[in-house]
Design a protein around this ligand. Structure first.
Ligand code: HBI
Ligand code: FE
Length: 296
């Protein structure tokens, strides 16, 4: 595993290997999933369906309800794409797993969400290194039914291509991480889950909202650009949006001058709190104590 192979999610490009086509898409070949694979989906689905009402944000629950994402079988990407296309103009395309960054960004910029075709093994329900169909489809796709997320993720695709040219991908990746993957949002005064990395994880769905351990801090763009993150464990800090629409305001900002400013400042540890932070809850750090590990 080379340093370049380690990406945003901390996933290494696996032996899934070579692209079948220049954009790395492959046929989903829905008919060839085995009963065991559908059973793994069913287990994961049921576990999350029990946890998420009252924890996930309304946009996620609504998207999940309106899409052909069912308890007992892995979704068919063509059926998903038909519904998504009608609502927000997105499609879901199958890829073997992680794809190179420019391929990933190019898909997003064209409103195509690349989703892992494979599903984790039954003995890997809680942790895996590459994004599979459960993380990608259950975690990300429902949010693509919401116009704000639909536009934000496309803007992230454009922003990714630009950040690559500016040598600022690490800073942009932190924004994606703390929003699309691990963001929280306030709804009716209570905190709710926004991020796909959380809604696709049983343990983190509870930890992020209920544990006294992590910090929860109001979202601030430059602050987040400086903040390293955990790829191997629960987050030590979650950033909170006051409303989902604030996400889209980010897409209107020119990041280039921010990259210059932030690059001159020291990066922050995943558990750092600053005097200017809008602290929602100050964590006691109990979970991570004695679990030190590298952070991206
Ligand atoms: N590929 N399939 C897939 N899914 C991702 O989330 C992904 C990727 N390649 C690159 C990548 N993410 C990140 O490195 C960027 O978002 C920074
Ligand atoms: Fe993801």
């Amino acid at each position: 595993m080379t340093a370049e192979a380690v990406t945003l999610h901390g996933w290494a490009a696996g032996e899934a290997g070579r692209p079948a086509s220049p954009d790395w898409t492959i046929p989903q070949d829905w008919a060839s999933y085995t009963p065991e694979e559908h059973a793994t989906w069913a287990k994961l689905y049921r576990r999350q369906a029990a946890l998420l009402p009252g924890r996930a944000c309304a946009a996620f629950l609504e998207g999940l309800r309106r899409l052909p994402i069912e308890p007992d079988r892995i979704p068919d990407f063509e059926r998903l794409s038909e519904v998504l296309m009608r609502h927000t103009g997105w499609q879901v395309v199958a890829v073997p797993g992680l794809v190179p960054e420019e391929v990933f960004f190019d898909h997003l910029a064209h409103r195509r969400f690349p989703a892992g075709r494979f599903i984790r093994r039954a003995d890997q329900l809680d942790y895996l290194q590459e994004p599979d169909v459960f993380h990608d489809v259950f975690g990300h796709v429902p949010m693509l039914m919401h116009p704000v997320m639909a536009d934000f993720i496309q803007a992230y695709g454009h922003g990714g291509l630009r950040a690559q040219r500016l040598g600022a991908l690490d800073m942009l990746a932190r924004v994606y991480w703390y929003t699309v993957e691990f963001g929280l949002v306030r709804e009716g005064g209570a905190l709710r889950i926004l991020g796909a990395g959380i809604v696709s994880s049983a343990a983190e769905s509870v930890f992020c909202l209920e544990s006294p351990s992590p910090n929860r801090v109001g979202f601030c763009l430059e602050r987040v650009m400086r903040t390293r993150y955990r790829i191997d464990d629960f987050q030590q800090t979650y950033f909170v949006f006051e409303r989902l629409e604030d996400l889209l305001r980010l897409a209107e900002i020119d990041f280039a001058p921010l990259y210059e400013r932030v690059a001159a400042l020291p990066a922050l540890a995943p558990d750092a709190l600053l005097p200017d932070d809008d602290v929602v809850t100050r964590g006691d750090g109990r979970w991570h104590r004695g679990r030190a590990a590298p952070a991206a």
